[in-house]
Design a protein around this ligand. Structure first.
Ligand SMILES: [Zn+2]
Length: 175
């Protein structure tokens, strides 16, 4: 069901008041709309649209998991995410900047595609620091083998750096 038109909300024909749209986004969604940060995931998105005479308010409530790379062991894991965002939709042909949470649609438009907004709000809900969550005993669930390999590599890199530094120091000392 993941296609561009599936995320179109035809607002023109809606009555004033609240309307709810539910989406379940998965890998197909991320493949189609994602910018490469997330390729896999499963997120339930509820869009509550409040139509008023002069504008619309859209609330996005999302909850689920996204598959991201762990900063510590570099393996992929499912990061739980949760978020709520709100935007205002105003009508008019003037497209001047009116804050981050306002989007303008033309008076001739009859539908709004929310796919890109959903993707942006999912991205915003992902923590900056991405690390495997601890298990119920408080132990790290990072890939231990990978961590050991990384540790060796990092130590080697440090040694390489210090040898470059020593060479430079020798050179300077001889001047
Ligand atoms: Zn990890």
């Amino acid at each position: 069901m993941s296609s561009q038109s599936f995320y179109n909300i035809a607002f023109k024909g809606l009555s004033q008041g609240e309307h709810i749209f539910e989406y379940e986004v998965d890998g197909k969604f991320f493949a189609e709309f994602g910018g490469g940060v997330v390729d896999e995931g499963n997120v339930n998105v509820r869009v509550t649209l409040e139509k008023q005479s002069a504008l619309m308010i859209l609330w996005f409530d999302l909850e689920g998991t996204v598959n991201v790379q762990c900063d510590r062991c570099l393996e992929m894991y499912d990061q739980p995410i949760k978020g709520s965002e709100r935007i205002f939709v105003k009508f008019g042909d003037k497209e001047y900047v009116d804050g981050d949470d306002v989007i303008w649609v033309s008076n001739n438009d009859y539908q709004l595609n929310v796919a890109q907004l959903i993707y942006e709000f999912i991205s915003l809900a992902i923590p900056i620091k991405r690390i495997h969550p601890d298990d119920e005993n408080g132990n790290s669930t990072c890939d231990k083998e990978m961590l050991e390999k990384l540790e060796k590599y990092i130590v080697k890199e440090d040694e390489a750096k210090s040898s470059v530094w020593n060479d430079l120091k020798k050179l300077l000392d001889n001047e």
